[in-house]
Design a protein around this ligand. Structure first.
Ligand code: ZN
Length: 303
């Protein structure tokens, strides 16, 4: 009789565990976009990214907007994003330094296993915040700030020392191919080796501690286009405590120029990178209209 009860209990527990797992799989991931200051059109960018993420069915997105530049201290005292409520935080912020409690709270959140996604100029922010620099690895800084990392044609990595070569910059915007450098990484798996990104800035000479960087995608920064003649990192991730920090420097916006973030490649990188930063896995597929080696692909609502 006891044996039957134990078997019965095990069976019930097993079914219960299965149903919980299924419920978790169906539950959208909670994602928080942080914005409020940026030298880019963040007011247009955040709703487009929110819409694109929610269209995948994988995310429920909230937005927290910081006080504007030169706000009173009381406004900053009220800015206390509750990172711990979210599976992943996406920064669309490039502005003044957050108050110390917000910085400490973000650090603790990621150390504890939270995910962070950095899009384009979000890596320009906070040169004076050492832990942020460790999280992002490379930022928009001058060449005295830290090291630079480039890849050769075969994917071998070189570190350029502090003070040598260019600091952060970019040439004129243009369409360029993104090269997949880790085809087995869940975010990149299934992408063509080269895919043509829509008209965008091509960041070069990014600088920082560049520790524990896993470079997933690069772009060749042609000297014809004001670049460095090197393959520059475009997409990477860094472990921080138990958490994951995923960066893409793709995604310039300026005025009504939003074409870079209407690229199906950009949208896919942000969505899969966010899912991966949150869970360590990717279930979102590569869309059928993903760009090819020589053809840009924009979503239908692109201007
Ligand atoms: Zn830009």
């Amino acid at each position: 009789m006891l044996a039957w009860r134990i078997v019965g209990l095990t069976l019930v527990c097993g079914l219960w565990a299965l149903s919980v797992n299924e419920a978790q799989a169906a539950e959208p991931l909670k994602l928080l976009i942080v914005d409020g200051q940026n030298n880019h059109n963040w007011q247009a960018m955040t709703p487009l990214m929110k819409g694109d993420l929610e269209k995948t069915g994988r995310f429920k997105v909230d937005v927290v907007t910081s006080p504007p530049a030169k706000a009173e201290p009381a406004a900053w005292d009220a800015f206390r994003p509750d990172f711990a409520k979210y599976d992943v935080v996406l920064s669309n912020y490039n502005g003044q330094l957050w108050p110390e409690p917000v910085r400490k709270s973000l650090e603790a959140y990621i150390v504890g296993g939270g995910g962070l996604v950095i899009v384009h100029a979000a890596n320009n922010a906070f040169p004076e915040w050492p832990e942020w620099n460790k999280m992002i690895g490379l930022g928009w800084r001058d060449n005295k700030f830290g090291e630079r990392v480039i890849l050769d044609d075969q994917g071998a990595l070189s570190r350029i020392l502090k003070g040598d070569g260019p600091g952060a910059g970019h040439g004129p915007q243009h369409e360029y191919p993104v090269e997949v450098r880790d085809a087995e990484h869940p975010v990149m798996k299934g992408m063509p080796k080269l895919w043509m990104h829509a008209d965008d800035e091509l960041y070069h000479g990014q600088r920082g501690p560049a520790e524990n960087m896993h470079i997933l995608g690069t772009a060749f920064s042609s000297k014809d286009k004001g670049g460095t003649g090197a393959h520059e990192p475009m997409i990477w991730w860094i472990p921080y405590g138990k958490g994951r920090v995923f960066t893409t420097v793709l995604g310039h916006t300026g005025g009504n120029d939003l074409v870079a973030i209407r690229c199906v490649g950009f949208i896919t990188v942000v969505a899969r990178g966010s899912e991966w930063a949150a869970t360590g896995k990717v279930t979102l597929p590569i869309p059928a209209d993903f760009p090819t080696a020589d053809k840009v692909s924009l979503v239908p609502d692109a201007k």
